[in-house]
Every structure is written in structure tokens, then in C-alpha cells.
Design a protein around this ligand. Structure first.
Ligand SMILES: Cc1cc2nc3c(=O)[nH]c(=O)nc-3n(C[C@H](O)[C@H](O)[C@H](O)COP(=O)(O)O)c2cc1C
Length: 198
């Protein structure tokens, strides 16, 4: 991989690699590790699904009162890691500031989810301690009884937008001399592209 192989716009480059991962048969190429940290800098990470990447940024949806939601409220920065194991073996890392999506945008996405997922969002206070599985099943049945087949958007559920400040594209190469290219956003809104040692 050489500089001329990379598109000037890193989001477009990401889109190209995501399509190539799909075409290569990667399982869940849209699954990404989301790393956050609390106000004290203590990190945490988990997998979430990418629900769109465009000029504005990268979108994902979750419970806003979960551990990640609380950390993003205290410290609105995050990193995303995509690892696509099949050939051509690649990794993309994206980091930047994070903001909540509007209620309208969260509602629009929530409405596309299967009924069971929408009810599940009412039943689960994500990341809180539960006594047993029955408590979860009971909460689901209560949500079903209360909301039927048209649950509204729970106040504790929504999306986030990560606005990228940095991207790193990693391509496996022989002898561990992998290719790494970093894009860093510069003040004029353009991107600085640099090769990094593997
Ligand atoms: C493949 C995969 C995809 C997932 N996608 C999401 C997602 O899009 N949103 C979400 O809230 N949790 C998702 N999860 C669950 C999270 O990994 C995590 O358990 C949950 O969000 C609670 O994280 P937290 O306690 O760190 O906030 C996914 C898990 C896996 C394995």
C-alpha cells in the first residue's frame, strides 16, 4: 500500500475498505471495539455496531445510562477499532470527540429495529446489576404488557456521533513490515497523511 492507493478523504477510504471486507466475507465487518474512559482516565471497551459513517462522523446506538454512556457524558471522547481478519487482513482505528445524536435521529433509528429489540431496550437497564435471568424476563414481559407492539423511544436509549480527528489504516504485510497510514485533521479542515512504522 502506497500513498497514491489512499483516497484523500479518510471516510471515503474507510468506506472502500468496509466494502472490501464485506466482499471478502468478513463476519460482521461493522462490529467495532468502542473504547471510552471516565473522567479519571480509567478506560473501558466493548463491541458495538457501526450504524453509518459519513462526512459528519461515525454513528452507533446504545443505552445512554450504560457504563459507556456515563463515560461519554463525563468525557466525550472515544476510539473505534475495526479488525478484519480475513485476507486482506486489515485494521482501522478512528478517534475523536463524541456527541449525542438528536432525539429525532435516535427515534428514526429506533423505529427501524425489530419489536423484540425495542422492547428489550425498555426491559434492560444496561450495565446495572440484575439478580437473575428471571428478573430480565419479567421486565421484558412488563414492557410488552405496557407498550404492546408500539414501544416509544426509551428516555435512556439513543445514538452517538463520533467526529473523527484521526484515522489509522493498517494493512498486514510480510515480515511484520505492515503498512500503517495515519490521517490527522488539520485546522483548515483538510487531512495530514503520514506513514507510521509498524
Ligand atoms: C457483535 C456485538 C455487537 C454489539 N452491538 C452493540 C450495540 O450496537 N449497542 C450496544 O449498546 N451494545 C452492543 N453490544 C453489547 C456491548 O458489547 C456491551 O456488552 C453493552 O453495550 C454494555 O456495555 P457497557 O457496560 O460497557 O456500556 C454488542 C456486542 C457484540 C458482541
Amino acid at each position: 500500500m502506497e500513498r497514491p492507493d489512499l483516497l484523500p478523504d479518510p471516510t471515503a477510504q474507510f468506506g472502500r475498505w468496509l466494502e472490501e471486507a464485506q466482499a471478502a466475507g468478513v463476519t460482521m465487518p461493522d462490529a467495532m471495539t468502542l473504547a471510552t474512559a471516565d473522567a479519571g482516565g480509567r478506560p473501558s471497551a466493548r463491541t458495538v455496531l457501526l450504524k453509518g459513517a459519513d462526512a459528519e462522523g461515525f454513528r452507533f446506538f446504545t443505552n445512554t445510562e450504560s457504563r459507556k454512556g456515563r463515560e461519554l457524558a463525563e468525557n466525550p471522547r472515544a476510539a473505534l477499532v475495526f479488525h478484519w481478519q480475513q485476507e486482506p487482513r486489515r485494521q482501522v482505528i478512528v478517534s475523536g470527540d463524541v456527541e449525542p445524536l438528536s432525539r429525532e435521529e435516535s427515534q428514526a433509528y429506533f423505529d427501524t429495529r425489530p419489536l423484540g429489540s425495542r422492547l428489550g431496550a425498555w426491559a434492560s437497564r444496561q450495565s446495572s446489576v440484575v439478580p437473575d435471568r428471571e428478573a430480565l424476563e419479567r421486565a421484558f414481559a412488563e414492557a410488552e404488557a405496557e407498550h404492546g407492539d408500539d414501544p416509544p423511544l426509551p428516555p435512556w436509549w439513543g445514538g452517538y456521533l463520533l467526529r473523527p480527528a484521526r484515522f489509522e489504516f493498517w494493512q498486514n504485510r510480510p515480515n511484520r513490515l505492515h503498512d500503517r497510514f495515519r490521517y490527522t485533521r488539520v485546522p483548515d479542515g483538510g487531512w495530514l497523511l503520514e506513514r507510521l512504522a509498524p
